[in-house]
Design a protein around this ligand. Structure first.
Ligand SMILES: Nc1ncnc2c1ncn2[C@@H]1O[C@H](COP(=O)(O)OP(=O)(O)OP(=O)(O)O)[C@@H](O)[C@H]1O
Ligand SMILES: CC(C)(CO)[C@@H](O)C(=O)NCCC(=O)O
Length: 401
């Protein structure tokens, strides 16, 4: 955990365009005031960590309903071989076919409570409503409805989306409650459960917006997958960035007197000076990045820029207004934002997606590639992963010069 926190602290204080709300990629500059914040790390389980400074953090909460719950239930309920297959399946799903909505109970909105008819009243609740004989194959009035009967009556893609929303909304809600208890308004979500999947990101964002009535922001990280590795690399020290400078000075004591300076302000100035002085061929500045479009496997068309930013989910976060519809979700998740209009399509570095070339993108993942490295990153999924890692390591080494 200390490595993960140290890695995130490094990114927040050093890399200009790291966190962004939703997948809008309107980056939030946290380099000046990174603390305090809440980190919600969604691995198999969920750890919720309050971070107040370099090396200062406390695990304030957690939940056993995390990525392992999603993936485990998906394996039980769905015929999917891989995690990415499940995520892909959600893209065609309509959770209203599986979830019990407020409208299913009341025939419309429950206005007095500010609940729109489309609000999920009970995840998977529709399964309790399916006991109508004609709907079930092999139904016998005397026999109980079996799991097999039930699963045959629901579409796999609807189950997948219901599952994703159940887990994501729950985590978003717990995150919001913890942020509120600890008086924090910035919540970073990380961990392999997210993996830059637009639907996952949209769902978590939605939950935080919904419960906080848009007073808090869910933030996602471009280099989420590398937090622990970065933290381990820099030594997970409480003064990690300064430590890098110290080390550098020790190894090359007379090369540059600036290396002796301590403190985050000098550190940042130096990082910025270096970034500005770098040539393309040597090392790219830390903000010289291009975001690539999120795309579905079958989607090979270039993304459409929309005034340089993403269409965020339309449905409001306020309880009184309705939750997003499926089509709004899809539009928001698949319409691509581009910070600077420099668009490219690339293969994605998923662990379990086959490297089929850049025209066959696995799931709707975001990938960042440098302008100078764009072509090579497009070649193979593995290369994208490698170039990402290389970028982070270079950023670390670069700031230490
Ligand atoms: N290709 C994949 N295969 C399996 N799970 C995946 C894959 N991609 C993403 N995931 C998700 O990532 C989760 C595991 O995340 P991660 O590797 O960060 O956790 P962990 O470190 O094992 O968990 P914990 O911190 O609880 O020990 C899985 O439960 C699943 O939801
Ligand atoms: C046990 C860990 C910390 C392992 O990384 C993680 O899976 C987790 O935070 N699980 C949730 C445990 C809880 O309920 O607080």
């Amino acid at each position: 955990m200390s490595c993960t926190v140290a890695g995130l602290n490094f990114l927040l204080t050093t890399v200009k365009e790291e966190p962004a709300p939703d997948f809008a990629r309107k980056f939030v500059d946290t380099t000046r005031h990174p603390f305090p914040y809440l980190l919600v790390n969604i691995g198999s389980g969920v750890s919720i960590v309050k971070v107040t400074g370099h090396g200062q953090f406390e695990r304030v909460s957690g939940s056993s309903l995390g990525g392992g719950t999603f993936w485990g239930l998906a394996r039980m309920l769905l015929d999917c071989a891989t995690f990415d297959d499940v995520i892909r399946l959600t893209h065609d799903g309509d959770n209203a076919n599986v979830d019990m909505l407020v409208g299913d109970i009341y025939g419309g909105a429950y206005s007095n409570l500010g609940l729109d008819s489309s609000v999920i009243a009970a995840s998977f609740g529709k399964a309790t409503m399916r006991n109508d004989p004609p709907e079930l194959p092999n139904f016998s009035p005397c026999a109980p409805v079996t799991a097999t009967d039930l699963s045959a009556t629901f579409r796999q893609q609807d189950i997948a989306l219901s599952l994703l929303r159940m887990v994501s909304y729950n985590i978003g809600q717990i995150a919001y409650l913890n942020a509120r208890v600890h008086n924090l308004d910035r919540i970073y979500f990380g961990g392999n459960f997210i993996r830059n999947h637009p639907y996952t990101i949209a769902d978590i964002s939605f939950a935080v917006d919904f419960w906080s009535e848009e007073s808090m922001k869910a933030l996602f990280l471009r280099h989420d997958g590398y937090l622990g590795a970065i933290g381990a690399f820099i030594g997970a020290s409480s003064d990690a960035p300064t430590k890098i400078f110290k080390n550098q000075k020790q190894s090359t004591p007379s090369s540059d007197t600036r290396h002796g300076a301590k403190g985050s302000r000098e550190h940042k100035q130096r990082a910025s000076q270096h970034a500005n002085s770098m040539t393309k061929d040597a090392m790219h500045p830390v903000d010289d990045l291009v975001l690539t479009k999120p795309a579905l496997a079958e989607d090979t068309s270039p993304p459409k820029p929309r005034n340089g930013m993403m269409e965020v989910p339309n449905g409001t976060a306020k309880r009184k207004k309705s939750k997003r519809t499926k089509s709004e979700d899809r539009a928001s998740a698949l319409t691509s934002p581009m910070a600077n209009g420099n668009l490219t399509t690339t293969a994605q570095g998923n662990k379990d997606s086959s490297a089929t070339g850049h025209q066959k993108v696995s799931t709707g993942d975001w990938t960042t590639v440098t302008r100078t490295r764009r072509k090579s990153a497009c070649k193979e999924n593995g290369q994208t992963f490698a170039s990402e890692l290389l970028f982070v390591i270079r950023a670390i080494l670069h700031t230490s010069q």
